[in-house]
Design a protein around this ligand. Sequence first.
Ligand code: PMP
Length: 445
Amino acid sequence: MSHVLRRTLTGDQPVIVKGEGSYLIDSTGKRYLDACGGAAVSSLGHDNVRVREAIAKQMETLSFAHTGLFTNEPAETLADYLIEHAPDGTGEGRVMYLGSGSEAMEAALKLARQYHVERGDTGRRHIIARMPSYHGNTLGALAVSGHAGRRAPFAPLLIDVEHIDAAYAYRFQRDGESEADFALRMANQLEERVQKLGPETVAAFVAEPVVGASLGSQPAPAGYFKRIREICDTHGILYIADEVMCGMGRTGSLFALEQEGIAADITTMAKGLGAGYQPIAAVMASEKVVNAILAGSGKLWNGHTYMSHAVATAGAMAVMREIEDRNLLSEVRRLGDRLSSGLRARLGQHPHVGDIRGRGLFWTAEVVADRDTKEPFDVKLNMAGRILNTGKDAGVICYPSQGCADGTSGDHVLLAPCFTSTDAEIDTIVDVMATTIETETAKAA
Ligand code: PMP
């Protein structure tokens, strides 16, 4: 059995045979407490009955009908829900569905270009994104990603994208600089880059409202996104919010951008949308973008075979209803407070933990060689990988990363537990991960 399973390219890993609440169970019976939802995916745990039943029920009537020819009830119901709950300012938007976060980012970039072309503004070709950031694995999404390590092998294949600095307070905020000044200075990098390129050549600005994979979980300083919105509006540039990781309740509101008091022109979402029960992603276009298309060709210049999949959208709708009916957004905030105060109590003064940051149930410890100088551990040490393996041996799964794997940032230990976690599970996550970080950094020091 095992040699057949290992024919997958992802390699030599335990064989998971069952999900139970916040736990995954492998073929030897070992239980892993899922402290990261596999990358902020599994918000409802691994055996949600309502979602499972909604998926099974949908399969009894309709699984697939091609989006080029038809729409279907589950896809429309979910789109209504997302638009109704979108940040104020989205207006009468519309939704398109895809299979993954990367596909959603590709579609968002193309939609931004379509918007300008429909309006006859065909000179708008530049995309501006941030460094660090991560927006996906496909070539377009990787091109916008500000992630040196993941870009490097594919650099000759990537389209040109401009990058400004992300608002990464731990390393970029100056001594004595206020949060408001920091927010303004970082956002104004966009204005400076737009001026350099020529405002009439810029199509879109791309940013995660709370940065995920490349920085762990990094919220923006207050006021940053208001200034971004202002700059985009002044120059007719679209703002694409990548909520693939931070959206769908992860930060304590359905959309992370709600907390910044602005709406995006185009929003992508994925992981928490299906919560792992079905592969599904979505792109939400605001009324402004929809109107440009309706006044122009009236068609979407983007198509994939499995868009608007009835089973995937029915599953995602059940995820949304679970979050709403069980009041899970307030649980995210409550459990998030417990998680962050636990991490601060255990690791706040640790000599190898430089920063603890996050929002909602999305928290990260940045591990460094020297807390005073903020110098990262040597990338070759693979500190993030060691923490993952030791935590996994101890039965807790975190999402570690080596920042951008280029030594400009430390090793990040990201925690994104299920919204349905118990208090005791959160305490276990804090305890095991803090012990793991203490042990592994002591060995390397
Ligand atoms: N955007 C962000 C913010 C992400 O975190 C990710 C995945 N980590 C993606 C896009 C790509 O999503 P996927 O892996 O589903 O293609």
